[in-house]
Design a protein around this ligand. Structure first.
Ligand SMILES: *Cc1c(COP(=O)(O)O)cnc(C)c1O
Length: 415
């Protein structure tokens, strides 16, 4: 017995503390494919309920698209289930190379390397290309996986205030003595749904001789006129030195990620990226599915255009109903409730009304900025959104916050 009671109680106490603080995460079980309509059990073991999903990263509605599923089946049949190897031993198939080429084409870069996930891409890339002679200058709201990747790298670390270009410029001036300056940002920020000012960032990078890193996980496939990402939206395709992104969101939603960009940097990742060298290859079935996704979105912009229309409909509807949303143009639409408990009660009311959305509060978002983050999908039809809008309006009425200002809501519920 190597797990004595006193050790068990260390964790028991910590878990109880999370429950007491109301920040213990309960999982909900879904019994259907990922779609606009899903079957959910919450809590697990209770009755199954039909819900409209308003919180998936399934932006293009491709997670269960018949052509993607068909391609995945074909990949399974022709290349097998698993590779039982990392890439550099015997885990590289022709289709891995094809997918890397196709991603390079799609993102408008020089070369691409697949990783098991974007979390892994971010964990590996900084350490592979930077040393203690260099500096990483990151936006303060970058994704947790970037924060972790930076921790694994010996380069100096600094930050700039979220999207504050004057502050970034100060930091670039400050670090002129370093060998390499790497500016690090998300393309589309996942909690607020705002976009990085990549045009300005590239301008500063050119002025101060820096490189630019963008994690475009919440943008690849749908931001920009042809869905290539935030760099397309900002008119800087070809000028981003390192792009990381995921196959686990709009691009089919299964798993996998990549580093795409300057060819020497990609080659450095192949030689030295630890999650690439020491973690299993992306499964053939996923690679085949991802290739089908790229076929679909390279042929037509229909799905990203529909997503754009759905987003406009949803943003307008919520605003007209008298709810407060964060302004922006992405399909990430946070409905601001400010108070943590209100965000949970509001989400529960929505759930009872057949709408699945999750309330976020500190530490996921800053204190006093609790919210329900809604995410649109090309898989939503207007009837889904009308039903969801009715549910949000009803919940808003129930909690008396329709047409109220931020201050009025805070006066009613506290921060
Ligand atoms: C989701 C996300 C990731 C992680 O992607 P995985 O492929 O699921 O590991 C990394 N960065 C950002 C910005 C994300 O939103």
């Amino acid at each position: 017995m190597s797990y004595p009671q006193d050790i068990r109680s260390i964790y028991g106490t910590q878990l109880d503390e999370l429950r007491k603080q109301g920040i213990f995460k309960e999982e909900r079980a879904i019994f259907s494919p990922q779609n606009a309509d899903i079957e959910v059990e919450f809590p697990i073991g209770s009755a199954q309920k039909k819900e409209i999903n308003m919180c998936a990263n399934n932006y293009l509605g491709l997670s269960s698209h018949p052509d993607v599923i068909k391609a995945a089946h074909e990949g399974l049949d022709s290349r097998g289930y698993g590779m039982s190897s990392v890439r550099f031993i015997c885990g590289t198939q022709d289709i891995h190379k094809t997918l890397e080429h196709r991603l390079t084409e799609f993102l408008g870069t020089e070369d691409t390397i697949l990783f098991p996930s974007c979390m892994d891409a971010n964990a590996g890339v900084f350490e592979a290309v930077l040393t203690e002679q260099d500096v990483m200058i990151a936006d303060r709201l970058v994704h947790a996986s970037i924060v972790d990747g930076m921790r694994l790298c010996k380069a100096h670390q600094d930050t700039y205030k979220h999207s504050d270009m004057a502050h970034l410029e100060d930091k670039l001036k400050l670090h002129q003595d370093k060998r390499v300056r790497l500016i690090i940002t998300d393309g589309s920020f996942s909690m607020d749904g705002d976009l990085a000012k990549l045009d300005k960032i590239v301008e500063l990078a050119e002025k101060y001789n820096a490189m630019v890193f963008v994690d475009d996980s919440h943008a690849s496939g749908f931001i920009g006129k042809t869905g290539r990402g935030t760099h397309e939206h900002c008119g800087v395709v070809g000028k981003i030195d390192i792009i990381t992104t995921t196959l686990g969101k709009a691009l089919g939603g299964a798993s996998g990620g990549c580093v795409s960009g300057r060819k020497e940097i990609v080659e450095m990742c192949r030689q030295k990226g630890r999650p690439y060298l020491f973690s299993n290859t992306v499964a053939p079935v996923v690679v085949s599915g991802a290739l089908a996704v790229l076929d679909i979105i390279s042929k037509t912009t229909e799905r990203r255009d529909k997503l754009e229309r759905n987003t406009a409909f949803w943003r307008k509807g919520l605003t007209e109903a008298g709810l407060i949303i964060k302004d922006g143009e992405t399909p990430i639409v946070p409905v601001m409730l400010f108070n943590a408990k209100l965000s949970q009660d509001f989400a529960k009311t929505l759930y009872d009304d057949g709408i699945y959305a999750v309330g976020f509060f500190f530490p996921v978002v800053p204190k006093g900025q609790a919210r329900i983050r809604t995410q649109l999908s090309a898989g939503h039809e207007i009837h889904h959104l009308e039903k969801a809008l009715a549910a949000f309006t009803n919940a808003g009425k129930k909690f008396g916050i329709l047409g109220k200002t931020k201050q009025e809501i805070i006066d009613m519920y506290g921060m």
